[in-house]
Write a new protein. Structure first.
Length: 533
């Protein structure tokens, strides 16, 4: 026992594993913060007397800055040093978290959340690129399996931890807890992690690329977040989509001409890198909407408290915790493709199972779906990241990690928006049939509030109709989400490289696989405000 403990103590021989630990600490902090905030929103609203619009921007401010700066944060790590940018992100995240905890007003809170998103955007790409440089290719799957498992665990237990903290401590505690976690990550990183950068890159920043990409991603994410509230045919949403398209076109034209581009598009010549990004987009589309809307279903239709709902997500968490590292090791041995296909099919089965929910569904019916979801997540996240990272030169890992994170962010945001739109549209039609005497204006208000709970504000008959409408809309949306996961399985089989890298390979060197890499986690996790469900 003494020898085992001694082997775990910090030393030169296990430095890379301590580096992994520091990256996991930081990743856990990012992912946990994404989900615990949703649970705290009602308490924040009461304490700061926050308007609904300001409450929405508590989520949106973080989402926007995070999404806009992901690729930039990754590329700056490649240029100026990944450890340096990671530490900048951790410190920024910790200081902004502390400032949020002391918020005297909603304006302070929203500003703090925006700065938090900046810190997370510098941390997230750095975690995977630092891991990729610390581990050789034949150990990378195991390390990324742990990393991806931490991401999924944090995402799943966020409502549980957040519910407990809000109920027994305060909403400020969910932000203050980041400070000691960040301090630990900084100390371990300074000792264990070696600095790395792209030695072929000049130390100059592609400012036009940063501005055009930031404008494009920011406009797209804002349009997706606000689409259901403003209306998809509204001037605001159509204008934002036009700005997004124009900015992306300008970004592509800019990158083809500048000497040191933010993103080298030749990376996408790698079928594996392209496939990993497509899988990332589709799996987050399918998965993140499910987490949000099933959580609302359990609380506002089945009547569970936030803490009780969080506890019921634990089977997913425990399965991911057990299988995430196993999936990583299997990816090293058999290659990521079969695991990705298996995982995506399992996610699809879990989502299709959940599509049969009713207003009185028992938890015993949902339990197998939660277990299957955990299996699917475990067998998708780690192999997907491993495939992407092994498809690129490690010197380009930062920017590529940012690309994959951004893909996940956009996919998850679009998934939440589409599922929310389907719930609202299908629910509206159901309400029209169930409440034939309601006016058009009343039906619009009720459909906008589906899933937000209304027992204290509407008659029992209307509440029952709202619950039936929400379940009907969500069931149909989950079938669509399952179809997206199956499409991801097909693309994974067609595009992802079949074989695992040889033990001495640092990067896959077939003609189609020279590209930057990847990053994932989780994410980032994208939410819209609860009332908008």
């Amino acid at each position: 026992m003494t020898e085992k403990i001694r082997s775990l103590a910090p030393s030169a021989s296990n430095r890379r594993w301590w580096t992994l630990g520091a990256m996991c600490f930081a990743l856990f902090m990012i992912m946990l913060d994404n989900t615990v905030v949703n649970v705290a929103l009602p308490s924040i609203q009461r304490d700061l007397h926050t308007s609904l619009s300001a409450l929405e921007w508590t989520i949106n401010a973080y989402t926007l800055t995070f999404a806009v700066l992901l690729v930039t944060g990754g590329r700056l790590g490649d240029i100026f040093g990944r450890r340096r940018m990671f530490l900048f992100g951790v410190i920024t995240f910790a200081l902004s978290s502390a400032a949020i905890g002391f918020s005297p007003s909603d304006t302070w809170l929203i500003a703090g959340r925006a700065i938090q998103g900046i810190g997370a955007a510098f941390m997230m790409p750095a975690t995977l690129s630092i891991i990729s440089n610390a581990f050789p290719a034949h150990e990378r799957g195991r390390a990324i399996g742990t990393w991806a498992g931490v991401s999924a665990i944090a995402l799943a237990i966020g409502p549980l931890v957040g519910g407990w903290m809000v109920e027994h401590l305060s909403w400020q505690a969910i932000f203050f807890i980041n400070v000691p976690v960040a301090a630990l990550a900084v100390v371990i990183t300074l000792w264990a992690a070696h600095e790395s950068r792209d030695e072929s890159a000049e130390r100059s920043v592609d400012i036009p690329g940063v501005l055009t990409l930031g404008a494009g991603v920011g406009a797209l994410v804002l349009a997706l977040v606000e689409g259901n509230a403003w209306g998809w045919d509204s001037f605001g949403v159509l204008g934002l989509l036009a700005v997004a398209v124009g900015s992306v076109i300008a970004f592509v034209l800019t990158e083809r001409r500048v000497k040191n581009p933010m993103l080298d598009f030749s990376h996408f010549r790698s079928r594996t890198f392209l496939g990993a990004n497509l899988v990332a987009f589709l799996v987050t589309f399918a998965m993140f909407g499910m987490f949000l809307f099933i959580a609302l279903y359990m609380q506002n239709v089945l009547g569970y408290s936030p803490l009780e709902a969080g506890v019921r997500f634990l089977p997913t968490t425990l399965v991911v915790m057990a299988l995430g590292p196993v999936a990583g090791r299997l990816s090293d041995r058999v290659g990521p493709r079969p695991l990705l296909v298996l995982g995506l099919v399992t996610v699809a089965v879990a989502l299709f199972w959940q599509s049969f929910i009713q207003v009185d569904t028992s938890y015993l019916f949902l339990l197998p779906a939660f277990v299957l979801m955990g299996i699917g997540i475990a067998f998708v996240m780690s192999p997907m990241s491993t495939a992407a990272m092994n498809a690129v030169d490690p010197s380009k890992a930062g920017a590529a990690s940012g690309v994959l994170s951004m893909t996940r962010m956009v996919g998850g945001t679009l998934g939440v928006a589409v599922i929310g739109a389907m719930v609202s549209a299908i629910g509206h039609n159901k309400l029209e049939a169930l409440l034939p005497h309601a006016t058009s204006g009343q039906l619009d208000k009720l459909s906008d509030a589906l899933g937000a709970g209304g027992g204290a504000h509407v008659p029992a008959t209307v509440e029952k109709a709202m619950n039936l409408a929400y379940v009907d809309g969500l069931g149909s949306a989950l079938v669509v989400a399952a179809g997206m996961a199956l499409l991801g399985a097909v693309l994974a089989w067609m595009l992802i490289a079949k074989h695992a890298p040889a033990p001495d390979e640092g990067v896959v060197l077939d003609a189609s696989a020279l590209s930057p890499a990847v990053e994932e986690a989780e994410a980032a996790q994208l939410q819209t405000e609860p009332a908008r469900a």
